[in-house]
Design a protein around this ligand. Structure first.
Ligand code: FE
Ligand code: ZN
Ligand code: FE
Ligand code: FE
Length: 193
């Protein structure tokens, strides 16, 4: 981690010494490096989710929520394959680098599940944690897709767009589940009156 930081600041220093003509090539190689670093980060994050989502499924009660999570677990497997395909297209070995953010989000998801009573409350907690995960992924893939476009990597860009769409759909589905859960709860409250 320190090494990456040092090499980055070194290349920034070198860049400022470069002539204008060399600058754009230098910038594109730096952008490529940043792209690779972010790809390693999301590769770690997706792999961590393959382990975390089944725990959410086990803790979920609502059938709709279980379905949404199971569906997204399958998509996550495809997303990992896509990231590996991107490494291959770049001629690089697929390497995962620890994503502190996803590690933290998954840890918090565990804490929420422990703290909430099983049933509607825990489901609400799972939805909240899962949406934070999706938003992190949407930000990551949105950036990666933009970098790929800037770097002129058409095939890579298309792969990233497919995953970005899946993440956005997963987030929208979670909102749907939350809305219908709230509606059911409101109806139940009405009955007990
Ligand atoms: Fe994902
Ligand atoms: Zn996903
Ligand atoms: Fe990260
Ligand atoms: Fe996701």
């Amino acid at each position: 981690m320190m090494e990456t930081k040092n090499s980055k600041s070194n290349s920034t220093a070198n860049n400022s010494e470069n002539s204008k003509s060399g600058k754009s090539a230098m910038q594109s190689s730096q952008l490529m490096q940043l792209f690779e670093d972010e790809l390693k980060d999301i590769y770690f994050a997706e792999k961590a989710l393959i382990k975390a989502i089944p725990k959410m499924i086990k803790n979920a009660t609502s059938e709709e929520l279980v379905d949404a999570l199971e569906n997204h677990l399958t998509e996550t497997e495809d997303q990992i394959t896509r990231v590996e395909k991107i490494f291959e297209l770049l001629g690089k070995k697929a390497v995962a680098e620890k994503c502190e953010a996803m590690t933290g989000l998954i840890k918090e998801a565990g804490e929420i599940m422990e703290a909430c009573e099983e049933g509607a409350m825990r489901d609400a907690g799972i939805i909240s944690a899962a949406q934070k995960v999706e938003h992190y992924e949407i930000a990551s893939y949105g950036t990666l897709r933009q970098f790929a476009e800037t770097l002129g990597l058409k095939e890579v860009e298309a792969l990233l767009q497919t995953t970005l769409d899946e993440e956005k759909n997963a987030d929208a589905k979670l909102i749907e589940v939350a809305v219908s859960a709230v509606n059911i709860d409101a109806a139940e409250l009405e009955e007990t009156k």
